[in-house]
Design a protein around this ligand. Structure first.
Ligand SMILES: Nc1ncnc2c1ncn2[C@@H]1O[C@H](COP(=O)(O)OS(=O)(=O)O)[C@@H](OP(=O)(O)O)[C@H]1O
Length: 203
């Protein structure tokens, strides 16, 4: 980690941290004061997004259903497939809570990050004890991209959207498989809402 002054915050972003068993212990050994920010979205949409992303790198991949279910007729989900396992937020959080208090972990809603980026960023800034510098005026909705993008500060530069790999059109998955996955995730989601004290309304 780079050195920082008292007035600075070091930030590091690695999506796999939240779901890697050894990470909480390692981060805690480095600094118990670390604050953690996790972006979570509906685990069913997340799994489809994950699959869509993998498919661009490996077009011969088996179908989503083949990977997601051990037995689709019986509705048995394959929790060993990463795209499914990552969405079991309550289980990953259990692991973190052995090393960090909940007050040091902030969950950003992936859905609201799209519909209300400034609102989500306000909560992140509050969590980090920062002044609310990033506000509504820093975002605009880009119709071509279909997502909010960053306006560049007043005079300099041009607007900045996230790259092509963010916000891809998802692979179409049949209704039945989606319902089966919703049923599968429901108890884990409810437990997660209870643990963090917030209902993300994934249904
Ligand atoms: N402003 C803006 N622009 C574009 N995309 C946005 C934005 N805000 C959130 N998102 C959502 O971010 C999703 C991609 O992020 P990832 O978590 O896959 O990124 S990472 O690869 O883990 O770094 C990506 O998921 P997909 O839509 O499934 O591609 C987006 O829905």
């Amino acid at each position: 980690m780079p050195r920082t002054l008292d007035s600075q915050i070091t930030m590091e972003k690695t999506p796999s941290y939240f779901v890697t068993k050894e990470t909480p212990q390692r981060i805690s050994a480095m600094s118990r004061e670390t604050r953690l920010i996790v972006v979570v979205r509906d685990p069913v949409t997340r799994a489809i997004s994950d699959y869509t992303q993998t498919l661009t790198k490996a077009p011969d991949l088996p179908s989503f259903q083949e990977l997601a279910f051990r037995n689709q007729t019986l509705g048995i989900v394959d929790t060993s497939w990463n795209a499914i396992r990552i969405g079991l937020y309550a289980l990953h959080l259990d692991n973190w809570l052995r090393f960090f208090p909940l007050a040091q972990i902030h969950f950003v809603s992936g859905e609201r990050l799209i519909t209300d980026p400034a609102g989500e960023l306000a909560r992140v800034q509050d969590f980090l004890g920062l002044k609310r510098i990033v506000t509504d005026k820093h975002f605009y909705f880009n119709r071509t991209k279909g997502f909010p993008c960053l306006k560049k500060p007043e005079s300099s530069g041009s607007p900045r959207c996230l790259g092509k790999s963010k916000g891809r059109t998802h692979v179409q998955i049949d209704r039945e498989a989606i319902e089966q996955l919703r049923d599968f995730y429901r108890p884990y989601n409810i437990r997660f809402y209870e643990m963090v004290g917030h209902d993300f309304k994934w249904e």
